[in-house]
Design a protein around this ligand. Structure first.
Ligand code: GLA
Length: 722
């Protein structure tokens, strides 16, 4: 018993009375908070590892309210706004106790705050994952009053940052142009990056940000990075008040139209905000997030990813057994590993021939596929590749058997005509309704029960919550819809994952509309964009790489001229761009000439060889497309620094541009590297660097000269430490 008590005390350390400083440490960073029982909890510092004496001596500390609530001191930004049953909305949070404990890989410091007047408790948690330099921040709000209260703001995290020259980097985009990188100085006033789509969390902006001290740089300077783990609407707000050299960052679920009624004794758990920081510029922050993502957040994040062919741009809705089989055969002949049948395979009463019918009716269309899914799985086996299938399970069409049976399952106002999406008929199912959750689970379960050899699913979501009302939730809980939808979705995804942990599932929402870390415990990868144009992909993928690692970034070689932009690009350029992510194809291989097919076969074999470096290596971004230097360049290096892959693209050719040396990063200065050209146009025609051996030091200090003298050409080299 005594031993047990000692063990419990060892695992769970309780603090209580006196003023104390608390250090939340990772390998290279530290966060400091300070407080005493009955007083305000202060946030002191977040940055590179430093002692408290150093923080004091340098003036880098803040002693700022760590989780400000509305009502008292309300001139500052607030993280929490709670209205009591009697209408009072003031709070003054003070520290009650501090708990320190372990949770998986994380060391947790939890500050339990309470209001001086109302029986309301707030636990603010900082979870340090030391090896990847990540700290996750979240909050639990508990209503101990006898009556319900209403949460009007309920941020996951509040982070004050000291400095007077800060820049914000974030991603913004839309269909076909996702993840455009925006970088701007944070002037005085409030800047909000948010989402109201309801379903597609990253449609338009992403729930991720970087804040740099001074103009953002890839290699140098102090940068904080953050990403919110919430699949629904979010809000990231950045406020600089007039005289203060403090930036207040507030991150959490978007409170707009989401007042949350918290019953007596009920707790509200906010999503986590993931924070990291680096003194190696934006590149350092990206690498931290990539490492954390692969190791701790993305399902199967350290497993190799297959090279796949998706049928969409090859045949669109024109699905049939013969056409699918032909693509499988041709793809397997050039070394492909997985075939995915996209939209158009389902619907018995209403065959899915375009975007206006059948969603919800997830039974095979026998007219198109008389041998069913089984026939396709067998064909894939015959050609020695795996099989995958497209679904969009959260949706239905007004013209579908599902809607005829369950008109009350869709999101809509009871007394208005619903707004309809794609095809003029698409509707969203109400994921707050447990019956709908069962239906969505069953879509996957039934397919898997009937065809256990399905290896991969592409899970799409092509509509927003445009009818923001639930026929399931009671009247007083309508404002919970945006939250309950996602709780229902996550619950369903957890059920699917509990039963099918090995199924590979791709996240898709009209392209990259849901790319967000909150989804990655359930989804192995993301369809980056419906825009497969290689030149535009350089921009999109550059944006993706700010936060997400290459192995979640699905990048497919498609036909030329490109279907979205009409641009004609050489096949080598298309492969060289797609090979920086999870390589795939999105076309009929038979549309390639015999010579092109030979090239594709060699490129696929090459990718298999460099797959561990690209999918698991550290990314160094070298020349940004946004710098308009007519070149784009990046490289991946293994953590051991024994292999690297270097990519260089010429995006525009204007003769007057002077040559510049190509300076590399991330190598071992004390090792020599052998250059091996990959993907040459012809195997017998290698570029000037092939076979050369150069030291890491020279490559990183002086670099080398390598010019590409035509627009839309590229060069790829592997560097092997000798
Ligand atoms: C969305 C996806 C595409 C494709 C189509 C099918 O637009 O982004 O990749 O799957 O749906 O209808």
């Amino acid at each position: 018993m005594k031993r047990l008590l000692m063990l419990v005390c060892g695992l769970l350390c309780l603090h209580g009375v006196k003023a104390e400083d608390y250090f939340v440490r990772t390998k290279n960073s530290v966060m400091v908070l300070s407080g005493e029982k009955g007083s305000r909890l202060n946030f002191v510092y977040y940055g590179p590892a430093a002692t408290l004496d150093e923080i004091r001596a340098t003036g880098n500390g803040l002693w700022w309210n760590a989780y400000p609530a509305f009502g008292t001191h309300c001139t500052a930004e607030h993280a929490l706004l709670v209205q009591q049953a009697d209408g009072d909305n003031a709070l003054e949070l003070v520290l009650d106790q501090v708990r320190e404990y372990r949770e998986g890989p994380a060391q947790v410091t939890e500050f339990q705050l309470k209001d001086r007047v109302h029986p309301l408790r707030v636990a603010v948690r900082y979870k340090a994952i030391p090896d990847v330099d990540v700290i996750k921040v979240s909050t639990t709000i508990t209503n101990d009053a006898r009556k319900p209260v209403t949460l009007q703001r309920f941020a996951s995290a509040y982070l004050p940052v000291k400095s007077n020259e800060l820049w914000l980097s974030y991603l913004v985009g839309g269909w076909g142009a996702e993840c455009q990188l925006v970088e701007e100085p944070l002037h005085r006033g409030r800047k909000v990056v948010g989402n109201h789509d309801g379903a597609r969390t990253s449609f338009v902006t992403h729930p991720s940000f970087m804040v740099s001290r001074g103009e953002p740089d890839e290699q140098r300077g102090f940068v904080i990075g953050g990403t919110l783990l919430w699949t629904g609407n979010y809000e990231l707000s950045f406020l600089r008040e007039s005289n203060e050299s403090v930036l207040e960052i507030v991150a959490g679920i978007n409170p707009e139209a989401s007042d949350y009624r918290l019953a007596s004794k009920e707790s509200f758990e906010t999503p986590e905000l993931v924070l990291t920081c680096s003194t190696e510029g934006k590149g350092g922050v990206s690498r931290n997030l990539h490492r954390w993502g692969r190791q701790y957040q993305i399902i199967g994040g350290t497993q190799p990813r297959d090279i796949l062919l998706n049928s969409w741009e090859g045949v669109y809705f024109d699905v049939n057994q013969e056409g699918m089989e032909r693509m499988m055969k041709e793809f397997s002949e050039i070394g492909g590993e997985l075939f995915v049948m996209d939209d158009g395979w389902f619907g018995e009463k209403y065959p899915r021939n375009n975007g206006s019918t059948s969603l919800g009716d997830w039974t095979v269309c026998r007219e198109k596929l008389p041998q069913g899914i089984g026939g396709l799985v067998d064909a894939a086996k015959k050609y020695g590749i795996k099989f995958g299938i497209w679904i969009e399970p959260e949706m239905t069409n007004a013209k579908s058997e599902l809607y005829e049976k369950h008109p009350d399952w869709v999101l809509r106002q009871p007394d208005r005509e619903p707004v309809m999406g794609r095809g003029g008929t698409q509707l969203m199912l109400d994921m707050s309704n447990p019956a709908v959750q069962d239906h969505v689970f069953n879509v996957v379960d039934r397919l898997m029960q009937e065809n256990p050899d399905i290896y991969y699913m592409k899970w799409d979501a092509n509509f927003s919550i445009e009818n923001a009302a639930s026929l399931y939730l009671p009247k007083e809980k309508q404002s919970h819809l945006y939250i309950e939808y996602h709780r229902g979705l996550q619950k369903t995804l957890q059920r699917i994952r509990a039963k099918y942990p090995d199924l590979v599932i791709q996240l898709c929402a009209s392209g990259g509309g849901r790319m967000s870390y909150a989804y990655f415990p359930y989804f192995n990868e993301c369809w980056t964009s419906d825009n497969t144009d290689a030149l535009q992909r350089l921009y999109i993928q550059w944006g993706v790489s700010q936060y997400y690692p290459s192995n979640v970034m699905a990048a497919h070689v498609s036909a030329s001229p490109n279907h979205q932009t009409g641009r004609v690009t050489p096949l080598k350029f298309r492969f060289d761009v797609a090979m920086t992510g999870r390589l795939g194809m999105e076309m009929k291989p038979s549309d390639l000439s015999a010579e092109e097919r030979e090239f594709a076969k060699r490129a696929i074999a090459t990718y298999k060889d460099i797959r561990p470096v690209v999918q698991q290596g550290d990314l160094y971004r070298l020349i940004s497309p946004y710098d308009k230097k007519h070149y784009v360049s990046l490289m991946y290096v293994t953590p051991e620094k024994d292999r690297a892959v270097y990519f260089l693209y010429r995006t525009q050719f204007i003769r007057s541009i002077p040559a510049e040396s190509r300076v590399l990063q991330g190598l071992d200065p004390d090792r020599n590297y052998l250059f091996r050209e990959l993907n040459p146009e012809r195997p017998d025609k290698k570029g000037p660097l092939d076979g050369k051996v150069i030291s890491g030091r020279v490559l990183m200090e002086q670099g080398f000269y390598l010019e590409l003298n035509k627009e839309l050409t590229s060069a790829v080299y592997e560097l092997i430490a000798q």
